[in-house]
Write a protein that binds this ligand. Structure first.
Ligand code: ZN
Length: 423
């Protein structure tokens, strides 16, 4: 790892924890909820306001900002040798409908803090350094998640993404992106970029680091993520005059299927499976439910294992549907394969933490991230910091400022190390 581009100035450089906190607090004031979380779904006015602030900050440090057709924002700091591949770091500034202050935000504003610190020290890096804000990572209003990075890697098409509708079907993603003024004209494709390595700093969103009292999590990769939709159709009828026998109650069928999802996951092991969304029609207390739509989320380190689990669930769903006299239809909505991070970058994260005297822990990521996508087209790695009590995707989501700063210092070191390698 030693090379002629490493010196004591780089060795001793640290980020400014107070400035990092300030930036995160500005972000936390945009779309603030009454319990101190953030509501900032992609393409809303709050998203626009946060993007405007980020763009202003990028401009203040004299970086060029490129906005692509999916609204992904790239702040570019040129390196000494522009023929070398760039080092990228970032995450997302959008949140869930009742999200927290750190999920994604720490990754973007932490990377920005790294860029500010390198600027303040007047360091010329060998390689370009790019800070990125990916559009709609959460899928909070428009599914699927990781939309901006998904188009960037070619996992989904731009056209399909533009056509996505929100839950009530009234809003169209492409129109909303244009409405907030962030449909750029730079082509949305990794092929437009020469990226040598990519990092994503993120809160863990689980309890492992918190429980082990470790400061840095170093995932070897991310579980696969499979999303399914199931549609049930029974028969609506007045609840009073219709006897219990012979009903085709779609909600009752669903309730068994919901148990099935949980049961199969327990039986198979090494897998998590969840029903998270359900729509019941006509959703009236005196009508037998005639239609149900629900979602199934399946994740595992082993893609085939996840597929087998879904096959098993589907088989049982069909038996239940038959017995309950309901028609069933299921759709594969979205799939991201499990991501294995680059071993050298993972080692570099571990080494950087060690050199800074911060204790770390090897793990896997159960949550999907933009890095699930990015890692397909370049060398990638992630850095986790503890979530207090393991909570996230909720307003109470929290990480100590000290842990945030530690995570950004590790990110800084990884970026300096990667930038100065001219292999
Ligand atoms: Zn996130």
């Amino acid at each position: 790892m030693r090379n002629r581009h490493w010196n004591s100035q780089l060795e001793n450089l640290r980020i400014d924890g107070a400035r990092l906190r300030e930036s995160i607090e500005v972000s936390a004031s945009i779309g603030v909820t009454k319990n101190g979380g953030i509501r900032r779904c992609a393409t809303t006015d709050e998203d626009r306001r946060m993007r405007d602030v980020f763009a202003k900050w990028v401009k203040e440090i004299g970086c060029k900002l490129e906005i692509d057709e999916m609204g992904n924002m790239f702040a570019i700091r040129p390196g000494r040798d522009r023929t070398l591949g760039a080092i990228m770091a970032g995450s997302h500034l959008d949140t869930q409908k009742t999200g927290g202050r750190f999920d994604g935000i720490l990754g973007v504003l932490g990377a920005l803090e790294v860029m500010r610190s390198i600027n303040d020290a007047r360091i010329e890096l060998e390689r370009d350094f790019i800070v990125v804000n990916w559009t709609n990572e959460e899928g909070g209003c428009f599914a699927p998640a990781c939309m901006g990075s998904g188009v960037w890697t070619g996992n989904i098409t731009k056209e399909w993404a533009y056509e996505r509708r929100n839950r009530d079907g009234k809003k169209v993603f492409g129109e909303e992106l244009a409405r907030i003024g962030y449909m750029g004209d730079f082509p949305c494709s990794y092929k437009e970029w020469n990226i040598e390595a990519a990092y994503e700093l993120h809160i863990e969103q689980g309890p492992i680091l918190w429980n082990l009292n470790k400061q840095i999590g170093v995932p070897k990769g991310i579980l696969c993520l499979h999303w399914y939709d199931v549609y049930l159709e029974g028969t609506a009828n007045q609840v009073g005059p219709t006897p219990m026998e012979g009903r085709n109650d779609a909600l009752l069928a669903f309730s068994e299927m919901c148990q099935t999802v949980n049961k199969v996951a327990h039986q198979m092991g090494n897998i998590v499976a969840t029903v998270g969304e359900i729509e019941n029609y006509p959703n009236s207390r005196n009508i037998i439910p005639s239609k149900v739509h629900f979602t199934v989320d399946v994740r595992s380190w082993d893609d085939k294992h996840a597929l087998r689990a879904w096959q098993l669930m589907k088989k049982e769903f069909e038996i239940v549907a038959e017995r309950r006299g309901c028609r069933i239809q299921s759709e594969d909505f979205w799939k991201v394969e499990h991501a294995v991070f680059d071993r050298n970058l993972v080692d570099l994260v571990l080494k950087s933490a060690e050199e800074l005297g911060i204790n770390s822990h090897r793990m896997v990521s159960g949550a999907g991230h933009d890095m699930s996508e990015i890692n397909k087209v370049t060398r990638g790695a992630m850095i986790f910091v503890p979530s207090i009590e393991g909570r996230s995707h909720v307003e109470a989501e929290n990480t100590s400022w000290e842990d945030c700063a530690r995570g950004v210092d590790v990110l800084l070191r990884c970026i300096l190390r990667s930038s100065q390698q001219n292999r």
